[in-house]
Design a protein around this ligand. Structure first.
Ligand code: GDP
Ligand code: IMO
Ligand code: MG
Length: 424
């Protein structure tokens, strides 16, 4: 199997964790390339359910190498806690977890600034993990990287400079407490000591692995519509969650990537603020939210739910160069009499089939739907495409024909086994 990127084709939570776990069986390295512990990737193995925030979802497969690339922002406390959580479940990361020296580090002031900004009326609905402020420092060239945690004097200088800048913002603009240097410096030096054994030049590690014909799986976090360039800006995260991020976020050149797989739910969800053209009204919202257990894996917030939006997924196919898609959570639609697919947006008499850049258009538009009959049968025990109810097959065929992209896999439950290929 070649080197593959798995990317979310909607607003995140598409079931990437489950798909990564399946693809990981045939991979050697599983690599996170962007985002941080704003992600929550669920992997269900028999009776056990794991939610991974920073460590690649391949970690549950014994012997697989897991890498956190330079494009990720790392909260060291969250990382060390996740390592401990896994150890308690008898999953050891020792000798097979590698963290990039160049990944940027999240500090408490990033989390505080994230929270303070979110108190405003016009909020984004972030996970409050400090992701945006950390990436902002990276781009402003004042960020602190993992390598800096390993050099006492570098950390001292950089942290002092950052606090000199952040403390007046905290006290004078937001009227909150300033952060004391010494305790924070010692805390992060200690994180550095505990992380040291995992830290290395991960771009060398990955490129050497590719030369040895090892198979690399790139694990996208968030989704295309949360990408800082291609998403519903400003209601997005602060990284490139699209496939291009796999290259810039790991140091593996684009020519070394062979395939892009997009993951899409059979309907749509989003957490946080921002436009969502196919969002359900209250009754269907509640029904699908309960059936699909649509509550955030990171923050526990109820997810907003809506019909499948082919404009959204079509946009994702284009900007990621998606070769094939995996459709998850088909089973959640089992009880519906009829099901809608959005094929375009109507705004001011104009039909949009390309995803509009304007938040005004996205907020004010009317979705143009095609309605299909439901199947009203339990699909959770179906183990092959042929055994799916006729109307479920028709629904998938319709999605495939609108998107002109192959559906490779179909998922009808959270367990590894509740997955099958669509076939030709
Ligand atoms: P991720 O962030 O893309 O990895 O997705 P999350 O883990 O945040 O959310 C997906 C949720 O759906 C998880 O609870 C999964 O266990 C669950 N899930 C994945 N695939 C299926 C499926 O086909 N059917 C059902 N009912 N649940 C699924
Ligand atoms: P996974 O990897 C769904 C959303 C937040 C908010 C916006 C910005 O599990 O699919 P941030 O904290 O990143 O600054 O928040 O992005 N968001 C996600 N939504 N799944 C995620 O990750 C998300 N990560 C961030 O809800 O709207
Ligand atoms: Mg998630």
């Amino acid at each position: 199997m070649p080197n593959i990127v798995i990317v979310g084709a909607q607003w995140g939570d598409e079931g990437k964790g489950k798909v990564i776990d399946i693809f990981a069986a045939k991979s050697d390295y599983i690599v996170r390339y962007q985002g941080g512990n704003n992600a929550g990737h669920t992997v269900v193995v028999g009776d056990d359910s794991f939610i991974l925030h920073l460590i690649p979802s391949g970690i549950l497969h014994k012997g697989k190498v897991c890498v956190i690339g330079n494009g990720v922002v790392i909260d060291p406390k969250a990382l060390l806690e996740e390592i401990e959580m896994l150890a308690k479940e008898n999953v050891s990361v020792e000798g097979r977890l590698f963290v990039s020296e160049e990944a940027h580090v999240i500090f408490p002031y990033h989390r505080t600034l994230d929270e303070l900004k979110e108190q405003k009326k016009k909020k984004i609905g972030t996970t409050k993990r400090g992701i945006g402020p950390c990436y902002a420092d990276k781009v402003a060239r004042s960020g602190i990287r993992v390598i800096d945690l390993l050099e006492e004097d570098t950390l001292r200088d950089k942290l002092q400079a950052n606090l000199d800048e952040k403390n007046p913002i905290l006290s004078r603009i937001y009227g909150t407490d300033e952060i004391a240097f010494e305790a924070l410096y010692n805390e992060y030096l200690e994180y550095g000591r505990r992380m040291r054994k995992y830290v290395c030049n991960t771009k060398r590690l990955l490129n050497d692995a590719i030369r040895k014909r090892k198979r690399i799986l790139f694990e996208g976090a968030q989704g295309t519509l949360l990408d800082v360039d291609y998403g519903t800006y400003p209601f997005v995260t602060s990284s490139n969650s699209t496939a291009g991020g796999a290259s810039t976020g790991t140091g593996v050149g684009p020519t070394k990537i062979d395939k892009i797989v997009g993951v899409a739910k059979a309907y749509t969800t989003r957490v946080g603020e921002g436009p969502f053209p196919t969002e359900f009204g209250p009754d269907l919202m509640e029904k699908i939210r309960q059936k699909g257990k649509e509550f955030g894996a990171t923050t526990g917030r109820p997810r907003r739910c809506g019909w499948f939006d082919a404009v959204v997924v079509g946009h994702s196919i284009m900007v990621n160069g998606i070769d094939e898609i995996v459709v998850t959570k088909l089973d959640v639609l089992d009880d519906l009499d009829s099901i809608k697919i959005c094929k375009g947006y109507r705004y001011n008499g104009k039909i949009y089939t390309d995803f509009p850049s304007s938040i005004k258009v996205l907020t004010g538009c009317e979705p143009v739907y095609e309605e299909l009959p439901g199947w009203r049968e339990d699909t959770t025990k179906v183990t092959s495409y042929d055994r799916l109810p006729k109307n479920a097959k028709n629904y998938l065929k319709k999605i495939q024909s609108i998107l002109k992209t192959k559906i490779a896999l179909i998922s009808v439950g959270s367990d590894r086994n509740q997955t099958f290929s669509k076939g030709a």
